[in-house]
Design a protein. Sequence first.
Lengths: 192, 186
Amino acid sequence: MRSERPQLDDQWLDAALRRYGSVEPRAGLELRVLTVLREREAQPARSRLWWSVVLATGTAVAAALVIIASLGPPPAAPRPRIAGTPVIAKTSTKRNVAGREHPHIVHRFANTNPAGRASDGTSVEPSAARREQFPSPSPLSEQEQLLARYVREHYQQAVLVARAQVELLKQDRLEDARADEQRFGKTPEQVK
Amino acid sequence: MGTVSSIVGATTAAQTRDEALEIAVREHARLVFRIAYSVLRNHHDAEDATQETFFRVMRYGGKISRVTDVRSWLARIAWRVAIERHKKRQPATDAAHEIDLLRSTASGADDILVQAEAANALEKVIASLPEKLRGPLVLSTIEEMSSAEIAKMLEIDEAAVRSRVFRARQIVIERLAALLEINHAK
């Protein structure tokens, strides 16, 4: 038995379109929508909290690294220098390009710039490190200290005493020379 | 004091927004769902589109409390969301291809109820309509929607809505007649 073809008129179409559009959502749509909205609204807040924790941790780690780096092993001590030796100043690449192939040599006391920087732009090591001597001078003995104080306090007398000592030394040397001449028949110059 | 009053003001605004959103969901979720379903023809997709619609409303913040016609505003958003999802879901196909597909898949078995067959055919014929005609027609099937509201949603005038619905109905009847003739002739 064949089914009959429906009568396709406006009335049928109205009814068909009504059925077409009359769809109902599953029960509880409003509650589901509200629940999802509340969850999504909470997500950015959680995300913000997470990022602030990450940022704070990163900052703390960076600060710790900086502190560790600053408290690390002290820089190597400057190499001791022998007093009076020339200092080789650092030269920049520009200077070499400009035609000066050899490093610029300056005397360690030549730098008079208080800022510790040469007038031509090259860096100079701090003067305190350069004035160290090798071997380092030993402290004065007690007798030397007394002598130094005497010289400071009684300069004129010390000068007279020193001259007298020099004269005395000369006389001693002359007497020694004469004695050698009498003994060996040679002049002091010939003895030397 | 200024800070306290601003915090209180923001809290009040947020409460007002949340309340307005909840009222909108409770009053208009069914309409939004039907609009989405008219485009997507799938319960699951239509519900997703409904949630997306209200999520967009939530992102707009306090705008909902300033909207005068929330219903039309929501309907427009729902329509846009559904159209976007429909375009993403399947690429656009032309009407001729849809009709060919319909002819090839139409069932001529006697044991299929005529009404079910007609409803199935109607779905396919409406889907084969050009978008310009399909929109006004599917929206006119939603009982809550008036011609004026459809015109506002589609941003065309009311006369154009009525004209397009009329033309769409004519095309649907012609195509359905042709289709059912083919099926009954088998």
